[in-house]
Design a protein around this ligand. Structure first.
Ligand SMILES: *Cc1c(COP(=O)(O)O)cnc(C)c1O
Length: 197
């Protein structure tokens, strides 16, 4: 997770073997792409406005934050124009915090079924953000529920749905997330130190 991390620091990380970075803002991702080009894979992990999809569609390898049909429609359209199948994760709001984006778990399977018509989208898995707790053990139920949801969706055997990725866990709670089956953690400050806003 390299939001607010400067390009020189990211270059250093790449030279140390980092292959993938995550950004949560389109503008920042674009600026970094200008300097880093294809030397690293880019992940869009933040809330994505529909009108900004066109700026990142050719740059990112995975969008972690698909949370609504209008966004899916736009991703599909832009991916088609670029002759690309866009890999995406569905963001799930497991904890139902109002401050968080994401599909509620009871809406998840109907939502995914509505995405079947989008030929240029491949659903690779699920993403969630847990509430912040000092005691990260309290986040465990969120990650466990995401893993269980992923298994449920696998059992549906839907077209263009893989469910091989679980993107969950940040600096504060990645250990618990990994114990619960995370394939991708999104660690920012734990690697790069505190962000200067
Ligand atoms: C900032 C951010 C992270 C990383 O947070 P840290 O606490 O710095 O590890 C992970 N995921 C998302 C979606 C973020 O915006």
């Amino acid at each position: 997770m390299t939001k607010h991390v400067d390009v020189d620091t990211i270059k250093e990380a790449i030279s140390q073997g980092v292959t993938d970075i995550g950004e949560n803002r389109v503008q920042e991702l674009e600026a970094k792409y200008l300097e880093l080009g294809d030397s690293v894979n880019y992940h869009m992990i933040g809330h994505l406005q529909t009108n900004k999809v066109k700026y990142i569609i050719d740059k990112v390898s995975l969008i972690h934050s698909l949370d609504r049909l209008s966004l899916a429609k736009e991703i599909d359209k832009r991916a088609k124009a670029h002759g690309k199948i866009m890999d995406v994760l569905i963001q799930v709001n497991v904890s139902k915090e109002e401050s968080k984006y994401g599909v509620f778990k009871e809406d998840l399977i109907p939502f995914i079924k509505k995405l079947e018509k989008y030929d240029n989208i491949c659903i690779r898995g699920l993403m969630t953000m847990a509430p912040h707790y000092e005691d990260s053990e309290k986040t465990r139920y969120v990650f466990r529920e995401l893993r269980e949801l992923s298994q449920k969706i696998k059992d549906e055997n839907l077209e263009r749905v893989n469910m091989d990725i679980l993107s969950m866990g940040m600096t504060n709670d990645y250990k618990v997330a990994v114990e619960e089956g995370a394939s991708h953690v999104r660690v920012g400050t734990g690697i790069f130190g505190n962000r200067n806003y």
